[in-house]
Design a protein around this ligand. Structure first.
Ligand code: ATP
Length: 222
């Protein structure tokens, strides 16, 4: 079934979300206070509204509670983003994703009931630092304060070793959830499978355990 998604705020973040949602065949409604911005996204949306993120009447008119997801992509104006989340919650919107500019903003959004909170600048900064310091990391995503999913370049781990022999679960409390091999993603991986050159291991676990694994197992680059 086609997903109906409303995106409020058409800056870099919101605008790119709209284009990608359109590409993925979602029905997108765009809302922004700035008429020029709304016009820029006409070709990507089924409905275009020049209006405020806190206009309860407008939300009622378009039946916002029937949308599968509402994305609030306003980072700078914290007050508006919080108020908008509150109004949408009260109108019965099931899923709200909101962009936060810092931890304080994220905490407030959590308190007023946003389901999914993104801090793109913070996340990109952490990801960049991890990639620069530990070159074995292909990608890194924190899924909570203490848990992350990390993709490791297997060339720096053990080639021609069976996954089970790495002992990741027993020694480090980590789980390999997938192995990327060429263009294929092997999910779940067979514990007996051998790690081959150029594989990428996708591992989930507590950040402190991932750090322990990195310091003990990953071969330093020469
Ligand atoms: P970016 O995604 O570019 O980093 P940002 O997080 O810095 O954006 P802003 O630039 O403050 O956020 O706003 C993003 C968009 O939200 C802009 O197009 C702006 O016109 C729109 N916007 C700001 N306030 C409101 C509001 N009250 N109602 C609707 N749209 C708004």
């Amino acid at each position: 079934m086609t997903k109906e998604i409303a995106v409020i705020g058409l800056g870099q973040f919101g605008g790119n979300a709209v284009k990608q949602l359109h590409k993925l065949a979602a029905d997108v409604t765009v809302i922004d206070i700035n008429e020029d911005k709304v016009q820029d996204y006409e070709d990507y949306a089924v409905e275009c509204i020049v209006g405020s993120a806190t206009d309860e009447k407008m939300f009622k008119t378009i039946g916002i509670e029937h949308y599968d997801e509402v994305i609030i992509a306003i980072g700078e104006d914290i007050q508006t983003s919080i108020l908008s989340t509150l109004i949408l919650k009260e109108l019965g919107v099931e899923r709200i994703t909101a962009k936060a500019q810092d931890n304080y903003h994220a905490e407030l959004l959590r308190k007023v009931g946003a389901n999914n909170i993104l801090q793109p600048e913070t996340e990109m900064g952490i990801r960049l630092a991890n990639q620069l310091i530990n070159m074995s990391i292909v990608d890194y995503m924190e899924i909570s304060d203490d848990t992350a999913i990390v993709e490791y370049d297997a060339n720096d781990i053990f080639i021609n070793t069976a996954l089970i022999d790495l002992g990741l679960r027993e020694k480090f409390g980590l789980n390999v959830v997938a192995v990327k091999r060429n263009k294929e993603v092997i999910v779940p991986p067979d514990p007996q499978m051998n790690i081959l050159k150029n594989d990428v291991l996708v591992i989930i676990g507590k950040i402190k355990n991932l750090n322990r694994f990195e310091s003990k197992i990953i071969k330093p680059k020469t």
